[in-house]
Design a protein around this ligand. Structure first.
Ligand code: NAD
Ligand code: MG
Length: 332
């Protein structure tokens, strides 16, 4: 079992006379900045001079500046801009302005683990990676609930990197739920693997393939949508709350028998081999190199895949069905 830290293990006073610079005001950025501010910390938000987020951050009562200026002022610098943008902004605006003995932080290990960013030896390098989307995390903080996070220390220049990072984790509300210690390598590789094979890539491919199989066999797409997508959430909620056993307790015995006897034949050994190959691409850097090159070339493949995905039948059917269910608060 890795080390797990809670509120009692972290001391917010360590940040008392410090300035925390939050670079970026997107999903994670707005949440970290506002949670820290609500916890009484001195926060500055660093943004591009033409960023549309400037007004939003100012309206929320936050001090806003250019990235270089905020870096110069800050004792902790949390980098919350998209991973593929980080190396350029770091090189030009952060690195030349980092205070010696300051703490350079990330919410995901990509840039450090794949050496897109190589910080100087005189700063701490650490990570607090919350295990929730930023907007959800902010709502939960307002409701007094923390979200779990991973913590990692890559470089300890001051001998206090861990205490400082734990104080930050407490400031954004994560020690309320539990902060697990790991390495940059393990966070980065498991995060990429999870989003590719189970969470984003895995679940959408599973839903889409099941939907297409029913539609191809002549069943109404609306039925296929409810069966393969809408109900997925209800099933996952049960698993989330009480594990597989609780979900299986809640469904019929017929469903449970079908689960045991047919599921492993669908997600079979060749899927496991595919997952192993996907993991290898992550571990040997193939995926990271491909993604950085894709961005350098202006995202030709990414844009085509994004466009194709929005045109899939399941998205059209889903849009009209969700309009009939306003109670579920559909988003378009
Ligand atoms: P995002 O795409 O929501 O936000 C990006 C923000 O960065 C923009 O709103 C903008 O304010 C700013 N930005 C973009 N380009 C910039 C530039 N050139 N100069 C200055 N600022 C610029 O990003 P995100 O999803 O919050 O991800 C930030 C980091 O957090 C990433 O490392 C990501 O892996 C990690 N992370 C994200 C989530 C999540 O909930 N989305 C969860 C855990 C970890
Ligand atoms: Mg993730």
């Amino acid at each position: 079992m890795p080390n797990v830290y809670y509120d009692k293990d972290a001391d917010l006073d360590l940040l008392k006379d410090k300035t925390v610079g939050i670079i970026g005001y997107g999903s994670q950025g707005h949440c970290h900045a506002l949670n820290l501010k609500d916890n009484g910390q001195n926060v500055m938000v660093g943004l591009h001079s033409t960023s549309r987020s400037r007004d939003k951050a100012k309206e929320a009562g936050l001090a806003v500046g250019d990235v270089d200026e905020v870096t110069r002022e800050s004792d902790l610098v949390m980098v919350l801009i998209p991973d593929h943008v980080q190396p350029g902004v770091y090189r030009e605006q952060i690195e030349p302005n980092l205070k010696p003995d300051s703490t350079l932080m990330f919410a995901h290990g990509f840039s450090i683990h794949y050496k897109q960013i190589v910080p100087p030896a005189n700063v701490n390098v650490s990570m607090v990676a919350p295990k929730a989307p930023g907007h959800r995390m902010r709502e939960m903080f307002v409701d007094g609930i923390g979200v779990p996070a991973l913590l990692a220390i890559d470089q300890d220049a001051t001998g206090t990197a861990k205490e400082t990072t734990l104080a930050y984790a407490k400031g954004i509300g994560c020690t309320g739920a539990g902060v697990l210690e790991c390495s940059f390598k393990d966070e980065t590789e498991t995060d990429l693997f999870g989003e590719q094979t189970a969470l984003c890539g895995g679940i959408t491919s599973l839903i889409k393939t099941a939907f297409e199989t029913l539609v191809e066999a002549g069943y109404p797409p609306e039925l296929a949508y409810f069966e393969c997508l809408h109900e997925m959430k209800l099933i996952v909620d049960l698993i989330y709350q009480g594990g597989f056993k609780y979900m299986r307790y809640s469904v019929s015995d017929t469903a449970e028998y079908g689960d045991y006897s047919r599921g492993p034949g669908v997600i079979d050994e060749h899927v496991r081999d595919n997952m192993r190959r996907t993991l290898k691409d992550i571990q040997d850097g193939t995926f990271a190199r491909e993604w950085m090159a894709e961005n350098d070339e202006g995202r030709p493949r990414f844009n085509v895949m994004r466009e194709d995905a929005t045109e899939h039948q399941i998205e059209e059917v889903g849009r009209s069905l969700r309009r009939m269910m306003p109670w579920m608060n559909p988003v378009e």
